[in-house]
Design a protein around this ligand. Structure first.
Ligand SMILES: [Zn+2]
Ligand SMILES: [Zn+2]
Length: 292
């Protein structure tokens, strides 16, 4: 069974689990090691059983718990060379299990094939991923100022897409906590996708294989789940299962099946369907701390 579980997503931390019967991978480790372990255990996965952690980029909300988690449970890290070099300048210099991939490369871990590709964001070498198993594929597109043509091409064939809906443009403009320079950075071509930008992106790839979209990386102060979901509907995105991931809740486990993706997932793990904003998640976790 090929599946995705978002262990938590938002501007204060990001971590997701991709799994098949044979292979379990994390994408990012943006919570404390203890939080990651607790969230994994809440979905019946022991941290020791992971085959690797793939890192999108070196920002704190993606790597906060990486060092302690990997050392404690001896999990290999997968990253591109520049991201690895940046992380190795810190306390991961002597970590023994690094697996480097060039951005743009295709590689496999057990029975999951991973395609990495560049996305524009203010990090040393930010990357996004498409994971493919026998049953289909899952795209991961967070932390990007805009989607270049190549990135769009990569996610056009996925069944399930995790996409960043970082902010509502009006809420960001009206926010009084952030100085103008920070707002400029977020809105720039190396910043983050707004609800509108993400909805345009999804609308442009809908109609191919896409069956499910999971919205993620919402700003705590400048966005709300209902706004992000409504924006998708305003852009005419229909017939696609929509779900908004949360910072403090583990998402349902979304199953990708080549045959009948939505039906299978609804039987195993009921999630909201189009027009029904009720979200059933797998448990609440207080962060108890914040990352920048
Ligand atoms: Zn980032
Ligand atoms: Zn981030």
């Amino acid at each position: 069974m090929f599946s995705l579980t978002v262990l938590g997503s938002g501007s204060a931390g990001n971590c997701s689990l991709i799994s098949t019967g044979q292979c379990r991978l994390l994408v990012d480790a943006g919570f404390s090691a203890r939080q990651i372990a607790r969230r994994l255990e809440s979905v019946g996965v022991s941290p020791e059983s992971l085959d690797g952690i793939l890192i999108t980029h070196e920002h704190g909300d993606h790597v906060a718990g990486l060092e302690i988690f990997c050392r404690r449970f001896c999990i290999p890290i997968y990253a591109n060379p520049l991201t690895a070099e940046t992380l190795q300048r810190g306390s991961l210099a002597d970590f023994p299990s690094w697996n480097l991939f060039a951005t743009g490369a295709v590689f496999s871990v057990k029975n999951i094939e991973i395609q990495s590709f560049y996305v524009p964001h203010d990090a040393v070498d930010p990357t996004a991923f498409v994971f493919t198993a026998d049953e289909g594929s899952i795209g991961f597109l967070t932390d990007l100022g805009y989607a270049p043509k190549l990135a769009l091409e990569r996610v056009r064939q996925v069944d399930t897409l995790v996409v960043e809906t970082n902010h509502d443009e009006r809420m960001l403009q009206e926010d009084t906590k952030r100085p103008w320079s920070v707002k400029q950075r977020i809105l720039s071509r190396h910043g983050h996708l707004s609800n509108d930008a993400a909805a345009k992106l999804v609308a442009s790839i809908a109609g191919h294989r896409l069956r499910r979209v999971v919205l993620g990386h919402l700003s705590r102060d400048c966005n709300r789940a209902d706004l992000a979901l409504r924006t998708m509907e305003r852009f005419g995105i229909r017939g696609i299962e929509l779900f908004c991931a949360e910072q403090n809740n583990v998402s349902p486990t979304f199953v990708v099946s080549g045959a009948l993706p939505s039906m299978v997932s609804e039987e195993i793990n009921p999630v909201r369907s189009q027009g029904d904003h009720h979200q059933r998640t797998q448990g609440t976790f207080d962060l108890g701390w914040q990352v920048g």
